[in-house]
Structure formats: C-alpha cells, structure tokens
Design a protein around this ligand. Structure first.
Ligand SMILES: Nc1ncnc2c1ncn2[C@@H]1O[C@H](COP(=O)(O)OP(=O)(O)OP(=O)(O)O)[C@@H](O)[C@H]1O
Ligand SMILES: [Mg+2]
Length: 254
C-alpha cells in the first residue's frame, strides 16, 4: 500500500492554477523528493496534503484513509507531520524545549497529571528529554540544548525543525526545503539524518533544490512545473528526462 496517494488534486488561487490535476503515490518507507522550479507549486502541494488549504478537487489518502475535511491537527495526530519552508523555531524557548514541543500531541499522561506534575508525568518528561538530546546529537546540536533557539544560526534552526518534527514520531514526514541555507557540513548531517530516518521505517517526502542531494538520497522523484506533474520515477531516470531538464533550464519542453 502507498503511504500517500494524491489523486487529481487541483487548487486555484484567483486566476492561477497553482496545482493542476496532480496525481502521484509515495511508497511506504521510501524517501521521495518533490522537485520543480521556483513557484512550481511544491509548497502548495504540501499545504493541500496537510489540509492547510482545502483542494478545489481531488483526493489525498494517507495509508488508505481519505484526509478530506480533516483538520491539520487531526492529520498530524495520525502521524503525517510536516515542516515549513521558513524555519519556525519557537522564540523564548531553548533548543531542547523546542524539540520537546514536537512531542506534545503524544504525551501519554492526561492534563491533570501534567498540571499536577505527578510522578508519571515527571518520568515521561525525563524520558522525552533523553530522546530529544539523542536526536539533537545526531545533528551535532546536543551541546546547544540549553541555548535560546533563536540564537542558533539559520542552518541549525532548520535542522532543529527537522528534529522537532521527528519527536512527533511521524509515519510520514513532509520536509519543505530542509537544506535551504545549510552549509556543506550541515547538508551532509541532514542527508545522513534522513537516511537514518528512512531506515527506521519512516516514509519521507522532501522538497529540495539541491540536485546532488536529491540524487544521492531519494529512491523516487516527483517533478512539478507550473502546477502540473511533469515526471515521476527513480533519480537515474529523472536526471536524464528531457522535460525535466527543459523545466530547469527554462526552455520549452522537448
Ligand atoms: N495562498 C496563496 N495565495 C495566492 N497565491 C499563492 C498562494 N500560495 C501560493 N501561491 C502561488 O502559487 C504558486 C505556487 O507557489 P508555491 O509556493 O507552491 O511554489 P513552490 O514550488 O513551493 O516555490 P518555491 O520553490 O519558490 O518555494 C506561486 O505562483 C505562488 O505565488
Ligand atoms: Mg515552496
């Protein structure tokens, strides 16, 4: 079964058809890259998949269940977690607190136990902090845990956002340009993190402009241009696809 099935999805903003009858599948446990020139409609697709915007037409299924009409919060609780193109760390919180925020949807204890800070809640919080630090360590940020998150360089903030998304224990993780603004070391850390995430059985879909990163980490590539899907397949096919090459060179498709 596909982790994600997008069928005939369309979305119009005024006169602009931002998503034009797009269909694709994301295989379970795969790492799929979503690529396309600026303004092609990649972020819009993520916004439609997570119901931040309702589609004009079309269906999105997550593990065979239609997401039509479900709130973004409900979709997140089902295990479909996304990050945003612009890093959104929470100001006024430390790096560790930011990561812990990713887990709140899953806290096993009720409001009463948490408010009263009963032993169960305290033990849970300690367990989560250990997990959060282990995840931060994967991207070299464990020693920054007590720093204010907004004091981190932009690249580190982007990595922090991915770590926070992982704390939510996604079944499907949608990452919108996680490598934008990362230096070479951070990009390499991100690549190995994403490989590790996939190896843990999490399905990943990532919007990415860095083609060498896409070609090294993705199993499958979905390409959009001007709102429409123009190609989908393994990286080896996509990088020699004339329509894809033309889209990136800004030429007419051949
Ligand atoms: N809420 C909105 N209202 C009106 N137009 C929008 C809205 N969101 C996106 N668009 C338009 O839809 C088109 C697709 O935008 P989108 O952000 O999805 O592209 P993208 O592929 O993510 O681009 P980039 O690579 O620059 O992030 C653009 O022309 C954009 O201006
Ligand atoms: Mg975008």
């Amino acid at each position: 079964m596909s982790a994600l099935r997008v069928q005939n999805l369309s979305k119009r903003f005024g006169g602009l058809l931002a998503t034009n009858d797009v269909s694709f599948d994301v295989a379970e446990h795969s790492l799929t890259a979503l690529i396309g020139p600026n303004g092609a409609g990649k972020t819009t697709l993520f916004n439609l998949i997570t119901n931040l915007f309702a589609p004009d037409s079309g269906v999105v299924e997550f593990n065979g269940i239609s997401l039509a009409g479900l709130s973004p919060g409900r979709i997140a609780k089902m295990g479909l977690i996304r990050t945003f193109q612009t890093a959104r760390v929470f100001p006024g919180m430390t790096v560790l607190e930011n990561v812990l925020c990713g887990r709140h949807r899953l806290l096993g204890h009720g409001l009463f136990e948490n408010m009263m800070w009963l032993p169960g809640a305290r033990a849970e919080e300690r367990r989560l902090a250990t997990q959060a630090l282990a995840l931060l360590d994967l991207v070299g940020l464990a020693d920054q845990a007590e720093r204010s998150a907004t004091d981190l360089p932009m690249g580190a903030q982007k990595l922090l956002e991915v770590i926070r998304a992982l704390m939510a224990q996604p079944r499907l993780l949608l990452l919108d340009e996680p490598a934008a603004g990362l230096n070479d070391t951070e990009t390499a850390e991100l690549a190995s993190l994403l490989r590790a995430v996939r190896a843990c059985g999490v399905t990943v879909m990532v919007v990415e402009h860095n083609m060498s990163l896409v070609m090294t980490i993705a199993d499958h590539v979905v390409v959009v241009e001007a709102g429409g899907l123009i190609a989908a397949g393994p990286p080896s096919e996509i990088q020699v696809n004339p329509r894809v090459i033309a889209a990136y060179l800004g030429e007419e498709p051949v």
